[in-house]
Write a protein that binds this ligand. Structure first.
Ligand code: SAM
Length: 346
């Protein structure tokens, strides 16, 4: 268990030493720096002193020694997630927003999430539960450390509402949450169907189970496993496509590029104990379970690679952890997402 005892506050007001600041140059490229008294931001075209930004209001423009102007703002949660150090794939902000709203994560809720990976979804869930409780379960100790580093870097400290546990969801949840006390279970892991029983035990009647999966085979297997388990209402599933727009004079049109696929969300409610889900009135479409339908028993033997997971080398994880440990962590240590401009150094 990683203890946390500090109350986290959102950074506001004039820039101070220790603040994370996103600089936007005249070409729209971002550089993220951590302000330090006596520090400098050096680029190929001049530099400025951090001291000249410290004390200035957020949204200020700072000019460097070569006359290059930078707009200075604290990164939003979505900005931070898209540029933060990552081991595993992250839940993108568009999906995190859907999870918070469609799984109805409310202030004061008791929420359990697994796996934690790099902690991207964790940031949104911590914001949403407020003074509630978020238990984050991750089977890989090194990924849990990356998530902890990202939570600390974003909030400035570990929120008192947060409990990070290393282990398998199904083993850990019963140790940290009494049966029937959890309001929401959010899973972002390869085989959510293996965790249905543990989630059902932990959830309160009416509680929400939400799973984020990358492939249709996972989605189908999960839906059928939930129906077979019988302790759930009908699941619903959807994906979220967000298309950015170019806004320039008369050239107002969709962007040429977009994130075409991230994952699907499945959401389902826990029934009260002893209740049988009402029979569905609507019959499945002809052929949905026809002769060609393959029940998923033969999918017990799956591998992460078959489900599309890319292995992360120990060397990369060590590099990320070194970067997070460094007080002067800068965007140079950060792996930018493919659609984010490369970041510079402070
Ligand atoms: C895609 S990553 C999660 C990303 C994370 N939600 C984020 O937004 O950064 C999936 C993680 O689930 C973890 N995992 C897989 N099965 C697990 C299980 N049964 N219990 C706990 N963690 C698990 C993996 O180690 C991996 O770190």
């Amino acid at each position: 268990v990683i203890e946390s005892d500090s109350t986290v506050q959102h950074a506001r007001g004039p820039f101070a030493s220790g603040d994370r600041v996103q600089l936007t140059d005249p070409r729209g490229r971002h550089n993220t720096i951590v302000l330090r008294t006596g520090g400098t931001f050096q680029s190929h075209h001049g530099y400025f002193r951090h001291d000249d930004l410290i004390g200035q209001p957020e949204g200020s423009v700072i000019t460097n020694t070569e006359g290059v102007e930078y707009l200075a703002l604290r990164p939003l949660l979505a900005d931070y997630v898209m540029s933060m150090p990552r081991g595993a794939a992250v839940v993108y902000p568009k999906d995190a927003a859907q999870i918070v709203t469609m799984a109805d994560v409310f202030p004061d809720a008791t929420v359990v999430e697994a796996g934690v990976g790099s902690g991207a979804l964790t940031l949104s869930l911590l914001r949403a539960v407020g003074d509630g409780r978020l238990v984050s379960i991750e089977r890989r100790a090194d990924f849990a450390e990356i998530a902890r580093g990202n939570v600390r870097a974003f909030f400035g400290a570990e929120p008192a509402s947060w409990q990070l546990q290393v282990g398998d969801f199904a083993d850990v949840i019963g140790q940290v949450c009494a049966p029937g006390t959890v309001d929401r279970v959010i899973l972002d892991l390869l085989a959510p169907w293996e965790n249905i029983a543990a989630a059902a035990t932990a959830l309160t009647p009416g509680g929400v189970f939400c799973a984020y999966v990358a492939t249709t085979t996972q989605l189908s297997r999960l839906a059928e496993a939930l129906r077979a388990d019988g302790r759930w209402a009908e699941p619903s599933a959807f994906e979220t496509l967000v298309r950015g727009w170019h806004l320039e004079g008369l050239s107002v049109r969709p962007d040429h590029r977009m994130q075409a696929h991230t994952g699907f969300l499945l959401i389902v409610r826990r029934l009260a104990d002893g209740v049988t889900a009402p029979m569905r009135k609507r019959r499945p479409a002809p052929g949905a379970y026809g002769e060609d339908y393959q029940p998923h028993d033969d999918l017990d033997d799956w591998s992460p690679e078959e489900l599309g997971e890319r292995p992360v080398s120990d060397k990369k994880v060590r590099k990320i952890l070194r970067g997070l440990a460094s007080d002067t962590a800068s965007a140079a240590d950060i792996t930018p997402a493919p659609d984010v401009a490369p970041e510079g150094t402070s």
